[in-house]
Design a protein around this ligand. Structure first.
Ligand SMILES: [Zn+2]
Length: 76
């Protein structure tokens, strides 16, 4: 499967984190424990509201490094 970046975004603990763990088809089940790019252990959550949470600053920074983007680039 084509993956543009070596990580995936996952809403957990009131914020949108990113994880480098392999994302299963259809996404992680609720409650799946993952290690986020910010080194926090997180539990995946889903639902429409979860995607409205703010992006975790630690994951955002780490994700940009992995994506080869400068830290000052505007998030899309
Ligand atoms: Zn995070």
């Amino acid at each position: 499967m084509y993956r543009p970046h070596p990580f995936s975004w996952v809403p957990a603990a009131g914020a949108r984190h990113a994880s480098a763990e392999k994302r299963p088809a259809g996404g992680w089940s609720d409650g799946t424990t993952l290690t986020a790019l910010c080194d926090q252990k997180i539990q995946a959550e889903s639902g429409e509201l979860a995607w409205l949470w703010a992006t975790c600053p630690g994951c955002s920074k780490a994700a940009r490094v992995l994506a080869g983007m400068p830290p000052t680039a505007v998030a899309r």
